[in-house]
Design a protein around this ligand. Structure first.
Ligand SMILES: Nc1ncnc2c1ncn2[C@@H]1O[C@H](COP(=O)(O)OP(=O)(O)OP(=O)(O)O)[C@@H](O)[C@H]1O
Ligand SMILES: [Mg+2]
Length: 771
């Protein structure tokens, strides 16, 4: 038996659009159904846009030409759900999934309608009516039948429920009724219906009562009403949605798509030779690019490759070092060009595609690089998504799997809560600047060891200097105290990684350190080529050991989505649809309305919005300049650095040369305030260099001065760290981070530790904490 037209349509949709586990609504402006996949394709593809919320609510997809063609009355509708699929993946508050394949035709009673009718005996003739016909008859026909007070109230309740229905609101997005406009539309719809409904419909709705069934009955009539009543709102929202389209990001790079790229995935844990092997191919190539997660690592590769006789330039946000005759470039991933052609490209730490803030940079490099051969180095967490994307792009994928060179052994003894048990070659990892200094001071006070220090706010040069000091044998600096910044990039002679704690502040509250990060940091112990035979790891507190073991045993979490962020041009297009809002509001709206395919998420951009808000008072910046200023590397929690950024933007907007206007420190820091000041000063200089690289050079004429200041400050920071023996301070003394601990479920041992800390009145005292 031939399938009914709707089933056929469903199959065609599924095969053409690969939408196999979704519910479809197809609304055609033609009377004819396509009879073959080809015909469907030819007939419909060009004129049928997809639903704006394709992935936000996968249970409902409209292949809808009506928004273009609102006056066509010859419409037929097919509401279809693949019978075997439940819509549980939907974010909707989904009404019962009836697995219907229904055609709302005059003479065709559907299963859906049948099920409604069965629940409301005696109303099958109402339930079976075509919603278009209902709507038309309401428009042309009767004035509402008289309702008693109770009936009115009961009917109001039905409409209130409809107006509150998350399901209806989400479904309405498919005809471009925005979520914010939906309540207004629903309220006007109620007024309309109250004036028009005939007795039959009223009785039917009252028999259903408020809830899913009534919503489902009302919704198609509501659709008809909206299409006729709100064409302008629909058009506006539709244009806005179209301009915030981030679907199919692989198509943003047609030149990369024109190449059949060979992707080699070097997949394995930390310290397994992934980067080393990729670099071998890079150095052999005629023209290569290495994309690094950090400036520091780009510098390391730049130095290493040049020292091996391969001319290589350096490109980071802050520095451009061009090496004559060099065909190779080591750059930070944000800076890589998707316009140049390369023989070999490396994207290191590819799992960072899933980073909530910076993931978009890796995604862009992966999708957009024009290279015959692309080497991805990373852990297995993104392997599956890389496979999927390669299938989408048509690239060939080769997987090389690696194991650790040296085993990683957990030392069950721990440091027994006593920091004096550190030994030469230890790297003590703490997750705040305050703790790092507490540990350093305690070790140097109570033992004969000396500590090097590495944390994120230090310039790369200083971090490298500290790393070298630690790596060199024969000096007294045999302990490293570091933050999670140690997890990537540096070659360190670590014998044992000791976790001082396993919780960290995530910008909002204190949370357990994610297992993947624990693995990466612990894995730094026992690097190939170092003097230590095995890698060891343990914790300061015996109570934390279980969590450490749990993290190391855990397989890598599989990543299901990777980051995206719009280009300026996309934001600009979107801005064209909305008048009179600030740039931060524009970004907010973009985030709310953008469309994304299922494998992607929009990267978090709160920090960008904070900068945007601060720059709001700077007049005369173009949208593009504003956009670029917002990406300048600035610590939004450092008011001094934010002040300087605003000052730079002010001068830039007035087209006057941007000055550094900052006194150069002359001596190393004598206390923590001075150390913080040095860190800020370096950040400001580094920001200046970044801006000079991203804007008209003539507006930032003091690049040479800034470079020499950066070098000098990095040196002073290095000297300061060696001397540091003071109590650490916080940048924001008013805000105590530990206040947020309550309410978060952390590993028991950490909670205990935290409680212990809280009980101690003077939590500043290192000895007390570590006792
Ligand atoms: N075949 C090799 N011959 C000599 N040294 C090697 C070899 N493979 C790796 N190494 C060295 O081993 C160390 C670890 O290698 P590599 O940095 O490539 O590991 P990785 O898997 O990329 O680690 P991570 O996850 O930390 O980035 C490096 O110092 C590297 O130079
Ligand atoms: Mg590596």
């Amino acid at each position: 038996m031939a399938p009914n037209p709707a089933t056929r349509l469903l199959r065609i949709c599924s095969s053409h659009f690969n939408l196999s586990n979704r519910r479809y609504v197809y609304v055609s402006s033609s009377n004819r159904l396509p009879s073959s996949p080809n015909q469907f394709h030819n007939l419909s593809t060009p004129q049928i846009p997809q639903s704006p919320y394709f992935n936000k609510f996968p249970s409902f997809i409209t292949l809808d030409s009506r928004a273009h063609n609102l006056n066509n009355n010859n419409r037929r509708r097919y509401y279809c759900t693949p019978p075997e699929i439940k819509t549980s993946t939907s974010t909707l508050e989904s009404p019962t999934d009836s697995s219907i394949v229904s055609e709302h035709d005059h003479d065709n009673k559907t299963e859906d309608q049948g099920s409604l009718a069965s629940t409301s005996e005696g109303f099958s003739h109402v339930a079976a009516r075509d919603p278009v016909q209902i709507y038309r008859s309401l428009c042309d026909g009767p004035i509402a039948s008289k309702l008693g007070h109770e009936e009115k109230e009961a009917l109001r309740e039905v409409f209130r429920s409809f107006a509150r229905s998350g399901w209806a609101s989400n479904q309405a997005l498919a005809i471009y009724i925005s979520a914010s406009f939906f309540p207004t539309a629903a309220s006007k719809f109620q007024n309309f219906c109250f004036k028009k409904f005939d007795r039959d419909i009223v009785d039917y709705l009252l028999s259903l009562g408020p809830g899913n069934e009534a919503d489902r009955f009302l919704f198609p009539v509501f659709v008809e009403y909206c299409l006729e009543e709100f064409p302008d709102e629909i058009k506006k929202f539709r244009a806005m949605i179209a301009s915030a389209d981030l679907t199919k990001p692989e198509t943003w790079f047609p030149f990369a798509r024109a190449i059949k790229r060979k992707i080699i995935y070097h997949c394995g844990p930390t310290n397994s030779g992934k980067t080393y092997n990729a670099l071998q191919r890079f150095m052999e190539a005629k023209k290569g690019v290495y994309c690094s997660p950090l400036r520091l690592l780009a510098m390391e590769v730049f130095d290493k490759v040049n020292s091996l006789g391969v001319y290589c330039s350096l490109l980071t946000g802050q520095e451009k070092k061009h090496v004559p005759f060099g065909n190779h470039t080591a750059c930070t991933v944000e800076m890589v060009s998707t316009e140049e052609l390369y023989d070999v490209a490396i994207i290191d730490e590819i799992q960072m595609m899933s980073d909530v803030y910076r993931g978009y940079a890796w995604t862009r490099a992966f999708l957009g690089l024009q290279a015959d051969e692309i080497h991805l180095c990373g852990d297995p967490s993104v392997l599956n998504i890389v496979r999927k994307i390669c299938a989408d792009t048509g690239d060939e994928l080769i997987e090389n799997h690696y194991g650790r060179f040296k085993p990683l052994v957990v030392e069950a003894k721990t440091l027994l809560g006593d920091i004096r048990n550190v030994r030469s070659g230890d790297c003590v990892v703490a997750f705040s600047r305050r703790e790092i200094f507490e540990v350093k001071v305690a070790i140097e006070k109570h033992t004969d060891h000396k500590c090097c220090v590495i944390y994120g706010a230090l310039p790369p040069e200083t971090r490298r200097h500290q790393a070298n000091l630690f790596n060199e044998q024969g000096n007294e600096y045999d302990i490293l105290v570091a933050s999670d910044a140690v997890g990537m990039g540096l070659n360190l002679n670590i014998r044992r990684v000791v976790f001082y704690s396993l919780s960290k502040y995530n910008g909002d509250k204190i949370v357990p350190v994610p297992a993947s990060q624990v693995k990466q940091i612990a894995g730094r112990a026992g690097r190939r080529g170092s003097i230590y035979p095995d890698g060891l790891t343990t914790t300061l507190q015996p109570d934390d050991l279980d969590y450490l073991i749990e993290c190391l045993q855990k397989p890598f979490d599989e990543v299901s989505k990777i980051g995206l962020f719009p280009y300026f041009e996309q934001v600009e297009l979107f801005a064209g649809q909305i008048a009179d809002i600030t740039f931060a509001q524009l970004l907010q709206k973009f985030g709310e309305n953008c469309r994304l395919d299922g494998s992607y998420f929009l990267c978090k951009h709160e920090h960008i919005k904070k900068v945007a808000n601060m720059l709001e008072k700077v007049q005369g910046l173009s949208l593009e300049d504003r956009f670029n200023f917002c990406f300048a590397p600035v610590n939004i929690r450092d008011p001094k650095a934010m002040y300087h950024l605003a000052r730079f933007a002010q001068s830039y907007s007035q087209n006057v040369p941007v000055s550094l206007a900052m006194g150069m420190p002359t001596a190393s820091a004598k206390n923590d305030t001075e150390l913080l000041d040095l860190e800020t000063k370096h950040q400001v200089v580094s920001m200046y260099l970044w801006l000079a690289n991203h804007f008209k050079e003539e507006t930032f004429p003091y690049v040479k001065k800034a470079e020499s200041m950066a070098t000098d400050i990095a040196e002073l920071l290095g000297e300061s760290l060696i001397k540091a023996c003071w109590k650490p301070e916080s940048r924001n003394p008013g805000k105590k981070r530990n206040e947020n601990v309550d309410g978060y479920q952390r590993p028991r041992s950490l909670v205990k530790l935290q409680e212990k800390k809280r009980q101690e009145k003077d939590s500043e005292s290192v000895e007390k904490v570590i006792a």
